[in-house]
Design a protein around this ligand. Structure first.
Ligand SMILES: *Cc1c(COP(=O)(O)O)cnc(C)c1O
Length: 373
């Protein structure tokens, strides 16, 4: 029973063999080059480009700075239509760019921005739509692009959860103008801290590279008010050590998904959040939605019971971003315009989900979820 003494977290970072990481460090020690597009950075960029079939990719020190830079690179301003059902960074990036976020309700099945509700939010100030592929479930990318084309808007995706996702035969970052990936340790593929932008328009590459390096062109010229978004060599080395582990980890998680689904999929009041047809799962999270009336207990009841047993499920995403004091006074943050998001945020729960989870612990999680008061 020793296993039950250790807390079980919602995820655990993929840890490469230390000797593999050390091998990269030895090269770095010889080179004495720690940042600014060194050899490991170049190697990781090339490997990732191939791995996710990216036409253009720029690495960053984290996903948030990457998304900030994406917004800058497209010169967005005014208002951007986005989802309240996300991690704080998505919306904060707009605020840091002096842009007003306009919250749009979500599709109750995919939990991503509801394309049917976007158009009524468009004003003369709208410059873009910022969607989130929540838990790796793709947004309604075709409908969103159609709206953007008709209104001359840009499309950015927060793809923090959707590394390797393929949707209708196309890599997820093929949709929209720019897609951000986060390589934070809680994400499936990680670089300790890190992130990337992927985009189709090669003309953006130079501008993004300037923006992430203070706008510096050369020793004599600084062209843009850039930021420090550079990924360092130690991070890139971590990425090179972790990338070969991603496929096996996804396989293990996919088996755990099957076990959870077999146990919970038919239970009245529990809905498992799944990727739609013709979509590969990134296996970032395993999330369920609890209908309190049908299940006979609330999400918080289950959360508390797991926590009492030292199992830390996570309420992603609760509270809604539109409920934060810094945004709640916006007209679009009003609960009456966001009924689905406000309902679902009370019902979602992400269960522990990582390859190293033992069968014993998976069963404990399942039994505790189903053990009604
Ligand atoms: C993790 C995450 C981010 C932030 O990425 P960082 O690399 O931690 O800056 C942004 N959006 C979503 C949806 C995330 O899950």
């Amino acid at each position: 029973m020793t296993e039950s003494d250790e807390p079980i977290l919602v995820t655990r970072p993929l840890m490469p063999k230390l000797e593999n990481y050390n091998r990269y460090l030895e090269d770095i020690w010889v080179s004495k080059w720690l940042s600014n597009g060194g050899a490991k950075h170049r190697e990781l960029e090339a490997r990732l480009k191939e791995y996710i079939d990216a036409p253009n990719i720029s690495l960053f020190n984290n996903g948030t700075t990457a998304l900030m830079t994406a917004v800058q690179s497209l010169r967005l301003q005014g208002e951007v239509i986005t989802t309240p059902f996300t991690f704080p960074a998505t919306t904060h990036v707009l605020a840091w760019n002096n842009i007003t976020p306009v919250f749009c309700d979500i599709d109750p099945i995919r939990l991503t921005i509801d394309p049917e509700k976007i158009e009524r939010l468009i004003t003369a100030k709208t410059t873009a739509i910022l969607g989130v592929h929540v838990y790796g479930v793709p947004c309604h990318v075709d409908e969103i692009q159609d709206i953007a084309d008709r209104h001359g808007l840009r499309v950015i995706y927060d793809g923090a959860h959707s590394f390797t996702t393929v949707h209708n035969g196309r890599p997820i970052a093929d949709y929209g103008d720019i897609t951000m990936f986060s390589f934070h340790p809680t994400k499936l593929f990680h670089t300790g801290e890190g992130g990337a932008l992927v985009f189709n328009d090669s003309n953006l590459k130079q501008r993004i590279e300037y923006l992430k390096n203070f706008g510096i062109k050369n020793e004599e010229e600084v062209l843009l008010p850039g930021i420090n978004g550079k990924m360092g060599e130690l991070q890139a080395a971590m990425g090179l050590s972790v990338l070969p582990l991603v496929k096996e980890e996804q396989g293990l998680r996919s088996e755990i998904r099957k076990i959870y689904t077999d146990a919970l999929g038919e239970v009245k009041g529990i809905t498992i959040i799944k990727v739609p047809e013709n979509t590969t799962s990134s296996e970032q999270y395993f999330c369920i939605c609890i209908d309190e009336v049908e299940f006979g207990e609330s999400r918080d009841d289950i959360y508390d019971r797991l926590k009492a047993s030292n199992i830390m499920a996570r309420k992603y995403f609760s509270p809604l971003v539109s409920e934060y004091p810094c945004y709640s006074s916006l007209a679009s943050a009003s609960r009456k315009y966001l009924p689905q998001a406000n309902r679902i945020t009370k019902n979602v729960l992400c269960l522990p989900f990582y390859g190293g989870l033992s069968q014993y612990d998976i069963n404990r999680v399942i039994n505790l979820v189903l053990l009604r008061k």
